[in-house]
Design a protein around this ligand. Structure first.
Ligand code: CP
Ligand code: NVA
Length: 330
């Protein structure tokens, strides 16, 4: 059966089959080539979308806006709405559903993005919650396909760091769906919810994926991709001391890259990243804890193995694919 995602929300990759994710990746590759060829599109002409942000963003917000404009949609950025303050989420969703063809939401609770989808009656796209960051995973998979010259189901992927955050959860789901070998490298205290792991192990049985968690850095051996994310996610800013203590041994550095034994191993990071002292928060961490870099060394971040800016660009092509697939004209 041909894949048809019209009218669907994009709340977590758990809701999507391997074939549907494959379809979105293929569409993203095509849309990227189309943009490279300088072809202006109209696949979203006449569509209006709203971008609701409770948390800060650079990539996600800009990716939605540029993707919308490239294909002819109009968009509204909303970060100071009445929602949750003077108006319930249900009422806000019902209002936005009357104005817009699609709603992006970045916020805290996964249940909020689900309620928006339930009450708005239009496709809702999850631009990050505490639990999941599914549009990021599509960009990561697209980047792997561009730089690791193997099918996804032959790729060994290591996620080093906070394996129970939105990125750890979502990368495990994406890897399980696409039949990849996924290694979560983290201290036991930061392993993900065992219920989610068990659910993904069930998925893995059907896709051939392998999912393991380890505290041993030697298990990076043979990795095609090493991925990390910030040690402290948005909304957890009171946890720096505890996370640094747990995660310092898992910083991605040249030694870890070397331990893969794979000279072609690439480094990915969803960004933003604390790899130097060029940020206010980075300098505060330095003043408090004496660290000049956090989850990744500046050396690896700036190395030729690092594909983080291709990955950032791919947010736009993949988000465009999600919008075209769910609310597009064809
Ligand atoms: N990776 C990512 O979601 O970046 P932003 O927080 O800048 O949107
Ligand atoms: N885990 C990070 C991802 C940022 C894109 C956060 O939630 O802050």
């Amino acid at each position: 059966m041909p894949v048809n995602l019209k009218g669907r929300s994009f709340l977590t990759l758990k809701d999507f089959s391997t074939e549907e994710i494959r379809y979105l990746l293929d569409l993203a590759h095509d849309l990227k080539a189309k943009k490279r060829a300088g072809i202006k599109g109209d696949l979203l002409a006449g569509r209006n979308i709203v971008l609701l942000f409770e948390k800060t963003s650079t990539r996600t917000r800009c990716a939605f806006e540029v993707a919308a404009y490239d294909e002819g949609a109009n968009c509204t950025f909303l970060s100071n709405s009445q929602m949750g303050k003077k108006e319930s989420l249900e009422d806000t969703a019902k209002v936005l559903g009357r104005f817009y063809d699609g709603i992006e939401f970045r916020g805290f609770k996964q249940s909020d993005v689900e309620l928006l989808a339930k009450y708005s009656g239009v496709p809702v796209w999850n631009g990050l919650t505490d639990l999941y960051h599914p549009t990021q995973i599509l960009a990561d998979l697209l980047t792997i396909e561009e730089h690791v010259h193997k099918p996804l189901n032959k790729v060994k992927f290591v996620y080093a760091g906070d394996a129970r955050n939105n990125m750890g959860n979502s990368l495990m789901i994406g890897a399980a769906k696409m039949g990849m070998e996924f290694v979560g490298l983290a201290p036991k205290a930061l392993f993900p919810d065992p219920k989610l792991v068990a659910e993904m192990e069930e998925v893995a049985k059907t896709t051939g994926a392998r999912i393991t968690f380890t505290e041993n850095i030697d298990d990076v051996k043979g990795a095609d991709v090493i991925y990390t994310d910030v040690w402290v996610s948005m909304g957890e800013e009171d946890q720096f001391a505890e996370r640094i203590e747990l995660l310092e041994p898992y910083r991605v550095n040249a030694e870890m890259m070397k331990k893969t034994g794979n000279p072609d191993c690439i480094f990915l990071h969803c960004l933003p990243s604390f790899h130097d002292l060029e940020t206010i928060v980075g300098r505060q961490i330095y003043d408090q804890f004496g660290l000049t870099e956090m989850e990744v060394s500046d050396e690896v971040f700036r190395s030729s193995a690092s594909k983080v800016f291709d990955e950032a660009e791919n947010r736009m092509h993949t988000i465009k694919a999600v919008m075209v697939a769910t609310i597009g004209r064809q």
